[in-house]
Design a protein around this ligand. Structure first.
Ligand code: ZN
Length: 156
């Protein structure tokens, strides 16, 4: 691996680990969601350089809320950044990881720049209001193989 690429990766990892590690979970926990969310966060702490820690007074942080659906902004927005994990349908290990990855700045695997070598998008079946979930991105894939099993890949 050449030095420039390595330093790019390190810079990316550093900015990720510094940018998005402050988290606030709401109090309502009727179905044990908080434990499931914390378990999903722990996998980042043990398997990546990302460290999610509880928020205390920081102004930029992720607020995980039970809203209408599973969604997140892409990357850091500043201020209170809502990651929605609706009680019904979103509080599953892979979905929690998926939305947190979006908050960290990761696109869907099936939108990476080389995706056309691996998947065919059947545009005719995609509702117009969700097309953005399939639009190809100008990603630098850092020589990583395309991963059909990624939590960031939709089902085939
Ligand atoms: Zn997504």
């Amino acid at each position: 691996m050449d030095h420039k690429l390595l330093s790019t990766i390190l810079a990316l990892l550093l900015s990720l680990s510094q940018a998005h590690h402050l988290v606030e979970l709401g109090n309502e926990d009727a179905y044990g969601e908080k434990q499931k969310i914390e378990n999903a966060m722990k996998t980042f702490n043990t398997e990546t350089c990302i460290r999610f820690v509880p928020r205390f007074s920081q102004s930029d942080y992720i607020s995980i809320e039970n809203r209408d659906g599973c969604y997140s902004s892409l990357g850091r927005t500043g201020g209170t950044q809502v990651v929605s994990l609706a009680t019904y349908g979103c509080v599953y290990h892979g979905i929690i990881q998926h939305e947190l990855n979006h908050a960290l700045g990761f696109y869907h695997e099936h939108t990476r720049s080389d995706r056309d070598q691996y998947v065919r998008i059947n545009w005719q079946y995609i509702p117009s209001n969700t097309i953005y979930n399939f639009q190809k991105q100008d990603t630098n894939n850092l020589y990583t193989p395309y991963d059909y099993t990624s939590v960031m890949h939709y089902g085939r």
